[in-house]
Design a protein around this ligand. Structure first.
Ligand code: PMV
Length: 313
């Protein structure tokens, strides 16, 4: 009998960019994310003679997934698997498809192979595939921090409903993967030490803002975090420039909306998409503005969602 699990993508409001040396795929710095209910990966696993992978209906080889399977098999009894995974949003375009993908895969394998992992263990398993995947095990607001580097639920999705409008400016996969990009930044950006030195204070401040449901403080910290991360990217050699012209226009529009009373702030990841986080009442207005910006090919809207789970059969 096949086993199906679903997981939602997440976006970090406090970013991680850079990994620790050694095994385990641990981030260098803490992060804090929101899980996006409308961006979903559905993954089915079943026994097979040899590993086989289908992504969005097509047979593929995926080095990252093959590496994760080999790594997990060192610790868990996982036989050969036919894996079939579908995203209902563009893959590998800075919408964290690896986060929902590895969270769904770890959840499906845990249930299918009877591993009986705790949420924390499943989060660590997902993290070994992709750092941000550790956070998609949980819903709502999720922290990923030392010493365990397992996602921890900070606030349930309905405790502070927020909306996210994603402005897609280029749907194709990004040119430089986040793993390659962050290694490059760590090795070459002169700002990397400053990034590490300010991370813990930023994390504590953001946790406090979430605890107090302080939208203005959250927005200020989130914008500072993604811009600091992109400063690392821009100062890497060779430079990592993920932005498109339309990305900058979206950022400008979000500032204008805010000056006009809208409760909205921006964040971006290792890609050209702009994510506008806002109070639900302002989502329609934010989407109407972003949709009309030249170069925005489509917008998506999401509320906060729950954690990774086995799907009802
Ligand atoms: O999950 P990874 O290792 O591919 O890295 C994700 C990196 C960012 O999305 C840019 C930031 C983050 O904290 O999610």
């Amino acid at each position: 009998m096949p086993t199906t699990a679903i997981a939602h993508s997440n976006i970090a409001l406090l970013k991680y960019w850079g990994k620790q040396d050694g095994p385990g795929n641990r981030p260098d710095t803490p992060s804090l994310s929101i899980t996006l209910g409308a961006l979903t990966t559905t993954t089915t696993v079943e026994e097979a003679d040899a590993d086989a992978l289908q992504l969005d209906g097509r047979p593929v080889h995926d080095a990252k997934i093959e590496r994760a399977l080999a790594d997990w098999r060192r610790d868990y009894p996982i036989g050969p698997l036919a894996i079939s995974s579908r995203n209902d949003f563009p893959t590998a375009a800075g919408l964290a498809s690896s986060a929902s993908g590895f969270a769904a895969l770890a959840t499906a394998i845990d249930a299918h192979c009877g591993l009986r992992l705790s949420d924390g263990e499943r989060s660590a398993m997902a993290r070994r595939g992709s750092g941000s995947a550790a956070r998609s095990i949980h819903g709502g607001f999720v922290a990923l921090a030392a010493p365990d580097w397992r996602g921890e639920a900070v606030l349930a999705p309905d405790a502070w409903p927020l909306a996210v409008v994603v402005a897609i400016t280029a749907p194709e996969p990004k040119a430089v993967s986040s793993t390659v990009g962050m290694d490059r930044s760590k090795a070459t950006s002169p700002y990397y030490p400053a990034w590490g030195a300010t991370a813990d204070a930023d994390f504590e401040a953001m946790k406090a803002a979430v605890g107090q449901r302080d939208f203005d403080a959250l927005g200020e910290l989130a914008e500072a975090s993604f811009l600091k991360m992109h400063a690392l990217m821009l100062s890497s050699r060779p430079a990592l420039i993920y932005w498109r012209g339309a990305s900058v226009e979206c950022l400008r529009a979000i500032r204008e909306l805010r000056a006009d009373g809208c409760r909205v702030f921006a964040t971006m990841d290792a890609g050209p998409q702009v994510k506008a986080v806002c109070v639900p009442d302002d989502a329609e207005r934010v989407e109407a503005v972003l949709k009309d910006i030249p170069g925005v090919v489509r917008t998506l809207r999401s509320g906060l969602g729950g954690g990774a789970r086995v799907a009802d059969s």
